[in-house]
Design a binder for this molecule. Structure first.
Ligand code: ZN
Length: 157
């Protein structure tokens, strides 16, 4: 296992210690559960939708610092976004953490702190778990596992 300290930048540590929107939305319109068997990360995403727009989003779960902070930052970033905007963000975030796009100029704001994850293929699924789960929730809910997701190509590098 490579030394991961370089990954744990201040933003990631802050969000993993004090996750934002870490709560259940009782009247959620959608929810989905995600599981990353490689690391043991679990996350549940709750959504309130106003038409096509995410009016509220929260999460619960347990996992490593990267999965928790990624979920926390996700909830801050996608709140108020439309489904199409959230999908587009996931695409760009995925390119970032798989090393297909550089953090510089990606215009991903706080999500850029996960750029270092591309150096640690085993952690890509930790960073993308909440996003896969959000996508599932937007598509109607259910349970997702990162096993078999297209992050594989990175893990095989
Ligand atoms: Zn993890």
């Amino acid at each position: 296992m490579p030394d991961l300290r370089g990954l744990y930048q201040d933003v990631i540590l802050d969000h993993s210690r004090r996750p934002r929107n870490f709560r259940v939305i009782e009247a959620a319109d959608r929810r989905a559960d995600g599981y990353n068997p490689l690391c043991g990360d679990k996350v549940t995403i709750y959504l309130r939708l106003d038409g096509d727009r995410i009016s509220d989003v929260s999460f619960r779960g347990s996992g490593c610092a990267i999965s928790t902070s990624s979920a926390s930052i996700l909830t801050e970033i996608v709140k108020g976004k439309t489904r199409a905007e959230a999908d587009a963000l996931f695409g760009r975030f995925h390119d970032l953490v798989t090393g297909k796009a550089a953090p510089e100029g990606s215009d991903l704001g706080k999500l850029e702190v996960f750029g270092g994850v591309s150096e640690f293929p085993a952690r890509v699924k930790c960073a993308t778990l909440a996003w896969h789960t959000l996508k599932s929730a937007l598509e109607g809910g259910g349970t997702v596992s990162t096993e078999g997701e297209d992050d594989e190509d990175v893990a095989a590098r």
